[in-house]
Design a protein around this ligand. Structure first.
Ligand code: DLL
Length: 445
C-alpha cells in the first residue's frame, strides 16, 4: 500500500520535499541537464584544474548540452583531489567558503572538501530528507553518535536533524556509558551512528537489562558497509526501525542517499547528484541493474564541485518509482570497493597509509600485515610488522620503544589506534607476486 505524507500521521513515511522527491523521470532529467550545463560553465571559468582537463579532452563548455553529453567529460579521481590539495579545486574565493571537512587520503594528506553557505543548506536539506524518510520528525530527540570534527558524520547529521526541527544531542563517539545514560534520561527516540556501534550499544543495553528502559524508535546507520541481516538484528534487539545512509566527504558527507522503509535501495537525491555506474576496468557506462563503480557528478555544489567523481564504491542502480512513492534512483547495498580502502570503526584506512607510517621509522621493514576483525561488534585493527633482527637480540626496552613509535606513527597517519605486534624477519608470508597486506576476517552477516 502506498502511504503518503497526508495519510500517515506517525511520520514514518513523511516526505521532506515531496515536489523534489517525487518528480517524474522527465522532470528529473530536465533539471539535471539544466544544472549540469550551468555547473560545467562555472567550473570551466572558475577552476583552472577543470579547465585544463576539459581542454586536454578537446572540450568547451558549449559541447555539454545536457546529461546526454555527460560521458564526454573526463573523470575526477581522488588522486586529482590529492594533487589539488588543499584548495586547488575550489570554485569560489575562500572568502565565500564557510567550512572544510576532510577524510583520509591514500597517504599523508587528507582529501579536503570545501563548502559555501549554500552547500551547507543543501546538505542539511538532503540529510533532512533522509531522516524524514527514516521516520524522524520535529518531535523526536536524536542522539548523533558519529564523530564531530573533520569527519562529516557528526556535523552533517547534526545540521540535517536541526533543519528538521528535532532536538539534537551532539553525543559524538567514544563514551557508550554516557550515551546510554543520556538515552534513558532524555528519552532519546532516534540515533544516528555506525551500524556496528549500534550493535555494540545493543549488547551493552542487554547486558545491563536496560533495553526496556529506552524510548528509541529509529536509527540511521551508515559510514561503513553492513548487511540487511545486521539491520534486522538491530531492529529486533532494540525494537526499532533502522535505515541505511550513504555519503562521502568529497561529494558532501552523509545524506547523498538513504533507504526508505521498503529497503529497496538507497534513494540518491538526483536533483543534486547525477549517478552513473561504470566498469572500473574499461571505464564504460553500465546500464541500470549491472554492478560496477559508482560515479557521481555534483550539479549544485558551489565550493568544490566534482565532475564524474569515481567513488570506488561498487554497487548497481535501479530506476523507477519505489513503493514509498519516491522516484529518485536507488543505489543497491554496496558490494565492496574497486580499491583497497578499508573502513575500520567508520574510519577510512588505506594500506598505503600504514606503509607510509612505517617508512618513517628506522628499524622497520616494508613487510607488514594488517589484520582486521570484528569482536563483540567492535572492529579490531592489528598491524604485524617485521623488524630488523637486532631488535630481538637487544634489550626488551628497545623493542618496546620501537613498538610504541610505530603505534604512534600509525595513529597519526590513519587517525585510529592499531595494536602493533613486532615480529622477526621472515615471520610473515612472502610471495613472489603481489604480496597480500590485508587480512580482513570481518564477516558481515
Ligand atoms: O563515511 C560519510 C558518512 C557519515 C556516511 C555518516 C554515512 C553516515 P567518508 O569518511 O568520506 O564519509 O567515507 C566514505 O565510506 O565511499 C564508502 O566506502 C563508505 N560508506 C559510507 N556510507 C556507507 C554505507 C562518510 N551506508 C566511504 N554503506 C564511502 C557502505 C559506506 N559503505
Amino acid at each position: 500500500m502506498l502511504v503518503t505524507a497526508e495519510s500517515d500521521k506517525t511520520g514514518f513515511f513523511m516526505y521532506w520535499n515531496e515536489t523534489k522527491e517525487c518528480m517524474s523521470r522527465d522532470q528529473i532529467e530536465e533539471l539535471q541537464s539544466k544544472r549540469l550545463v550551468k555547473q560545467i560553465n562555472r567550473i570551466y571559468h572558475n577552476v583552472e584544474y577543470y579547465r585544463k582537463k576539459m581542454q586536454e579532452a578537446g572540450l568547451e563548455p558549449s559541447d555539454i548540452r545536457g546529461i546526454e553529453d555527460l560521458d564526454k567529460l573526463p573523470f575526477t579521481t581522488y588522486e586529482d583531489i590529492a594533487k589539488a590539495y588543499p584548495f586547488g579545486l575550489s570554485a569560489v574565493p575562500l572568502s565565500e567558503a564557510v567550512r572544510v571537512h576532510a577524510s583520509s587520503g591514500t597517504t599523508g594528506k587528507p582529501k579536503i572538501a570545501i563548502y559555501t553557505r549554500k552547500d551547507i543548506d543543501i546538505w542539511s536539506e538532503c540529510v533532512a530528507r533522509c531522516f524524514s524518510m527514516a521516520g524522524i520528525t520535529k518531535n523526536d530527540i536524536i542522539q548523533v553518535g558519529y564523530g564531530y570534527g573533520l569527519f562529516t558524520g557528526g556535523l552533517g547529521a547534526h545540521y540535517g536533524a536541526e533543519n528538521l526541527g528535532a532536538l539534537v544531542i551532539p553525543m559524538s563517539t567514544g563514551n557508550t556509558k554516557k550515551l546510554i545514560d543520556m538515552m534513558i534520561d532524555c528519552g532519546t527516540t532516534a540515533i544516528a551512528c555506525t551500524p556496528s556501534y549500534l550493535l555494540h550499544v545493543a549488547e551493552a543495553l542487554e547486558a545491563e537489562g536496560l533495553v526496556d528502559k529506552i524510548k528509541l524508535k529509529y536509527a540511521i546507520c551508515g559510514a561503513e558497509p553492513w548487511t540487511d541481516n545486521m539491520r534486522k538484528q538491530i531492529e529486533e534487539r532494540l525494537h526499532i526501525k533502522a535505515v541505511d545512509i550513504y555519503g562521502l566527504t568529497e561529494i558532501m558527507g552523509p545524506g547523498v542517499a538513504a533507504d526508505c522503509e521498503h529497503h529497496k535501495g538507497l534513494h540518491i537525491w538526483e536533483d543534486h547528484f547525477i549517478p552513473e555506474i561504470i566498469d572500473p576496468d574499461t571505464l564504460e557506462q553500465l546500464p541500470a541493474g549491472q554492478t560496477g563503480e559508482l560515479v557521481i557528478t555534483t550539479i549544485t555544489k558551489e565550493g568544490m564541485p566534482l565532475i564524474r567523481y569515481r567513488t570506488r564504491d561498487l554497487t548497481s542502480i535501479e530506476i523507477g518509482k519505489c513503493d514509498c512513492g519516491r522516484t529518485m534512483a536507488r543505489i543497491q547495498r554496496f558490494k565492496g570497493r574497486s580499491d583497497d580502502m578499508l573502513v575500520i570503526r567508520g574510519v577510512n584506512v588505506f594500506p598505503s597509509q600504514v606503509e607510509q607510517a612505517l617508512l618513517e621509522i628506522d628499524g622497520t621493514t616494508p613487510n607488514y600485515m594488517i589484520n582486521v576483525d570484528r569482536v563483540d561488534n567492535n572492529d579490531t585493527f592489528e598491524v604485524q610488522i617485521e623488524v630488523e633482527e637486532r631488535f630481538f637480540s637487544d634489550e626488551i626496552r628497545k623493542l618496546e620503544e620501537l613498538r610504541s613509535k610505530v603505534e604512534n606513527s600509525i595513529h597519526q597517519m590513519t587517525g585510529i589506534k592499531a595494536k602493533v605486534r613486532l615480529v622477526e624477519p621472515n615471520a610473515l608470508p612472502h610471495s613472489d607476486g603481489k604480496t597480500k597486506h590485508v587480512n580482513d576476517a570481518r564477516k558481515l552477516v
